[in-house]
Design a binder for this molecule. Structure first.
Ligand code: CMC
Length: 436
């Protein structure tokens, strides 16, 4: 048995042997398959990357059929149970768990970078009172590159390390400022004596206390949610930071592109949409009617389905456990009953079973965030804070990968053949057949 693929081109009768490496052929090897010398050569057509690997990676592994997720080889359940978000950040970025000293140094490094330039407050002030906090965060992260022009020197490891530290440290501050702006409250400066999650709660919710003390159960729950959201291999926003970063722009600018990708309702915006859906359904008794609409193609069951998972998302399972702990403190979110009923009915229905649609990470996370006092518009921001770690780990891997070049896909041109320009006076009224 050889690790090759034999292809016969029935247009020419010629046979080609392509090497198979790591379960893949190289799309460029298809180029040699040509009808004649004029032919560009065969390409693979894969809109939405349904079956195309865009990189090699050693960071995160997912087996979607078996509901498995590993960070650097460690199962997500073990990491979420035992680790802290900053320890996971170290793991994802560096490949190994830190020693006690390495962790202490890393946590200190992040902590001393939590403050932002005072001018950042000024331009956050300029946003409209009802600006979506995710829009504020994505523009503010892009604007950070104006404060750190040296960030464009991505060939220098010390410079890139500093940008990574800055982004991980400042994201909670920017997120909290965006929230405080939206509710008309004064900004709260970081309290560097608190943990990463604890300080974030402080910057969001402190009012007149001299010192804010986060509830330890909510602090731990938020940290565990951060761990669960830290990385998810080549999802839409990670693909965005890799593609944009491949132009060798600075990582702060590249990360604002990732935040924009995450903002969409099919990606990180889904948790916000789940809550809107649950509120729209209103009562448990209305669930069968809603499911009927989904089956008729009139609605989407937000928080269900995944491009990769074709079984239960392991993060969703863990999040259900976190929900129980949080509701002990905050009281039970009444929308939980609707969510549980949706899941119960959906998992019995052929529509969902045959399409392998299961709850994903976003199905239950919003219920927890809402119970903790976050408005719905903050949900995608709560996703962006921890995913910063994944984005930057993937960006760093991409920049250091000698096989990576500027991302530039091919297209299959189906437009008009060459034709001569028609002066405007000679043009008849023609219907536009394709306006896209
Ligand atoms: N509700 C109803 N039908 C669905 C759903 C859903 N949530 N998701 C997929 N389907 C159907 C879809 O209509 C299609 O049916 P058919 O074969 O009859 O045309 C089939 O299932 C396959 O779906 P697809 O849209 O081809 O799958 P995809 O891999 O392109 O999309 C997805 C994946 C996550 C965008 C999609 O499942 C979806 O829109 N889900 C709801 C939004 C959501 O929860 N997003 C969060 C994803 S997890 C966290 C993250 O990545 O941010």
């Amino acid at each position: 048995m050889s690790d090759t693929l034999t292809i016969t081109d029935n247009r020419t009768g010629r046979t080609y042997e392509l090497p198979i490496e790591n379960g893949a052929i190289r799309a460029r090897d298809l180029k040699q398959i040509r009808v004649d010398d004029e032919d560009f050569g065969l390409v693979s057509y894969d809109p939405a990357f349904m079956n195309t690997a865009s990189c090699t990676s050693r960071i995160t592994y997912i087996d979607g059929d078996r509901g498995i997720l590993w960070y650097r080889g460690y199962p997500i359940e073990q990491v979420a149970e035992n680790s802290s978000h900053l320890e996971v950040a170290y793991l994802l970025l560096n490949g190994e768990l830190p020693t006690r000293d390495q962790l202490a140094a890393w946590v200190n490094e992040i902590t001393v970078h939590t403050f932002v330039h005072e001018n950042v407050k000024k331009f956050i002030d300029g946003f409209h009172y009802d600006a979506h906090p995710m829009s504020i965060v994505l523009s503010t992260v892009g604007a950070l590159s104006t404060f750190y022009p040296a960030a464009r020197n991505i060939a220098d490891p010390a410079t890139t390390h500093l940008q990574i530290v800055r982004l991980i440290a400042k994201m909670p501050t920017l997120a909290a400022f965006a929230y405080r702006h939206s509710v008309g409250m004064p900004y709260v400066y970081p309290d560097n004596n608190l943990s990463y999650a604890g300080n974030f709660l402080n910057m969001l919710f402190r009012i007149s206390e001299v010192r804010y003390s986060p509830n330890p159960i909510l602090e731990r729950a938020l940290d565990a949610l951060f761990i669960l959201h830290a990385d998810h291999e080549q999802n839409c926003s990670t693909n965005a930071i890799r593609a944009v970063g491949s132009s060798r722009v600075d990582p702060l600018s590249a990360m604002s592109a990732a935040i924009a990708a995450l903002y969409g309702p099919l990606h990180g915006g889904a948790n916000e949409e789940v809550l809107r859906m649950l509120e729209g359904i209103g009562r448990k008794e209305n669930v069968p009617e809603f499911i009927k609409k989904v089956k008729a193609g009139e609605a989407k069951l937000m928080g269900f389905g995944h491009r990769v998972y074709k079984s239960y998302d392991p993060r969703a399972r863990f999040i259900k456990g976190i929900a129980d702990q949080v509701f002990e403190v905050t009281g039970r979110n009444p929308l939980l009953d609707i969510a549980l009923e949706l899941e119960r009915i959906a998992l019995q229905e052929d529509y969902f079973v045959s399409r392998k649609l299961y709850p994903n990470v976003d199905f239950y996370s919003g219920l927890i965030y809402q119970a903790m006092g976050f408005p719905k518009t903050m949900f995608p921001v709560l996703f962006a804070i921890p995913r910063t770690v994944g984005w930057l780990s993937q960006w760093k891997e991409m920049v250091g990968d000698p096989e990576q070049k500027i991302a530039r896909p091919r297209q299959l041109y189906l437009g008009a053949a060459k034709r001569d320009y028609v002066p405007i006076a000679e043009r008849g009224v023609r219907e536009l057949v394709n306006q896209s």
